[in-house]
Design a protein around this ligand. Structure first.
Ligand code: GDP
Ligand code: MG
Length: 445
């Protein structure tokens, strides 16, 4: 905890001393054939938000309609040349492409544009790197960054990265450097290939041991039979804010994308005093490369393991539907799309008329404002209700010397009926599946 605060303070100090924003120009190709949910304009506007989150100033953008991106320069030759001319009048340090570039496309473009060229993936990784607070998060970011950079370490791109990387003290979380070349292992990013490969296998082993630890924690939880509710949702939808008000935890919430990288798990109490674990997760985003998803597997396993997903939707965002559909797509890729889900339609405080929220579009939806504490009781009740249906119906008669089991049923389960009978306490209700074993012997039909 203290460790994290120090880092935060250092980071704030460094941010305020940063003199100038990097000037970034954004580029996208609009492929007619693309079956993406997102329009190129919306995707580009999101790329702009990402760029600003990373600390850049967006100075312009360009869209080219092309059936297929050019193999050598992504943009067509003409438009690429046009961009090189623009650099002389507009002046930019950085060009950010909305799709992943191949290493050779990136090299060719840097040579042609005489500016640093990065893609959406590098930008997302950069923001991840700025927001990785725990050891685990930093390991995962470093791995993803090294894997991304390995095939790109050649010729001019390496030189430019080196220039941009400059000299910085190691291990401060990579603030203050140039966008795209900051990160937990940034000094190591300048190592040669062989050493990078070595570091990659080291990181894989460390991450594997983190996964093992998590597995132990999960087994422990299963033994406690606490239902786990994972907060999921598009980045910036308000997950951490909601997590904070539900758990009164001090989890960093800021109006930037990807403020959360490491899941944090806390107890919450639902109506009827039912107890559950709530776990905050990394934000989802469109065009999240599968390689990146793999690097964050240890974290995402919390989602796979959850009993219930609490999806937070920024209901006032113009792309709310696309964002939610993207979340579902990623959940499908994790095989977690079929889990019971409750949807918090967040930020209704920003609507003039909250009655205009259409709850029919989302499963078990409750309009809320995490910030203004509106609708939170209704949301808790909805979570309790859906959790109850994901539990097993049980009827037991517990002998009077088993008061600990009566207490357990009340605390971890959902009591629908209770009677004090001659032979013991009769309880009817629902219990988390993992807990049913303790009650089997007292089952009553
Ligand atoms: P996360 O990326 O999903 O974890 O989102 P955060 O919890 O960090 O919130 C992102 C931004 O949305 C922050 O600026 C929050 O203050 C803001 N926010 C969260 N909930 C609400 C809400 O109910 N109303 C409004 N107006 N803003 C909110
Ligand atoms: Mg967050």
């Amino acid at each position: 905890m203290e460790d994290r605060l120090t880092t935060k303070q250092e980071r704030l100090a460094e941010t305020s001393s940063r003199e100038r924003f990097e000037r970034a120009y954004l580029v996208a190709v609009d492929q007619d054939s693309s079956d993406s949910l997102w329009s190129v304009e919306d995707s580009l506007s999101e790329l702009g938000t990402l760029a600003r989150t990373a600390g850049a100033q967006v100075v312009g953008n360009m869209v080219q309609r092309l059936r297929h991106p050019d193999g050598a320069t992504y943009l067509g030759k003409g438009r690429a040349q046009e961009l090189a001319e623009l650099e002389k009048t507009v002046g930019f340090d950085l060009v950010i492409f909305d799709d992943e570039l191949s290493p050779s496309q990136q090299r060719n473009l840097e040579k042609l544009l005489q500016a640093r060229v990065i893609d959406r993936t590098a930008l997302i990784l950069d923001i991840f790197a700025q927001h990785a607070y725990t050891r685990e998060g930093r390991l995962q970011v470093e791995l993803a960054q090294l894997e991304y950079r390995l095939p790109r370490l050649a010729g001019s791109s390496e030189d430019l990265s080196r220039q941009a990387g400059g000299s910085r003290s190691a291990g401060t979380g990579g603030t203050g450097g140039a966008i795209g070349v900051r990160g937990p292992g940034e000094t190591k990013l300048e190592m040669d290939r062989r050493r990078i490969r070595g570091r990659i296998s080291e990181l894989r082993e460390e991450i594997e041991s983190v996964r093992e630890q998590r597995k132990v924690h999960r087994r422990h939880r299963t033994a406690q039979a606490l239902p786990v509710v994972a907060v999921v949702g598009y980045t910036n939808s308000g997950k951490s804010t909601l997590f904070n008000v539900f758990t009164s935890a001090d989890v960093l919430a800021e109006n930037k994308l990807f403020a959360t990288l490491d899941p944090t798990t806390r107890h919450i109490f639902l109506p009827n005093n039912q107890e559950a674990l709530l776990t905050d997760t990394v934000g989802f985003i469109q065009k999240l490369p599968t390689r990146l998803i793999a690097a964050f597997r240890a974290t995402l396993e919390e989602v796979i393991d959850a009993d219930l997903l609490l999806e937070v939707v920024d209901v006032v965002h113009e792309n709310a539907i696309e964002q939610s559909e993207t979340v579902s797509e990623i959940l499908r890729s994790l095989d977690a799309a079929d889990k019971p889900r409750v949807t918090a339609l967040n930020k209704i405080d920003l609507l003039e008329d909250s009655a205009e929220v259409d709850t029919s579009l989302y499963p078990h939806a409750v309009p809320i404002s995490a910030l203004q504490h509106i609708g939170l009781d209704a949301l808790r009740a909805q979570i309790a209700e859906v959790l109850a249906t994901s539990m097993e119906a049980v009827q037991v008669v517990l002998p009077y010397d088993k008061s600990d089991l009566v207490e357990l049923f009340h605390r971890r389960g959902h009591v629908l009926q209770e009677e004090h009978r001659a032979e013991g306490t009769f309880l009817a209700g629902r219990l988390p599946r993992a807990l049913c074993g303790y009650f089997r012997a007292y089952s009553h039909r």
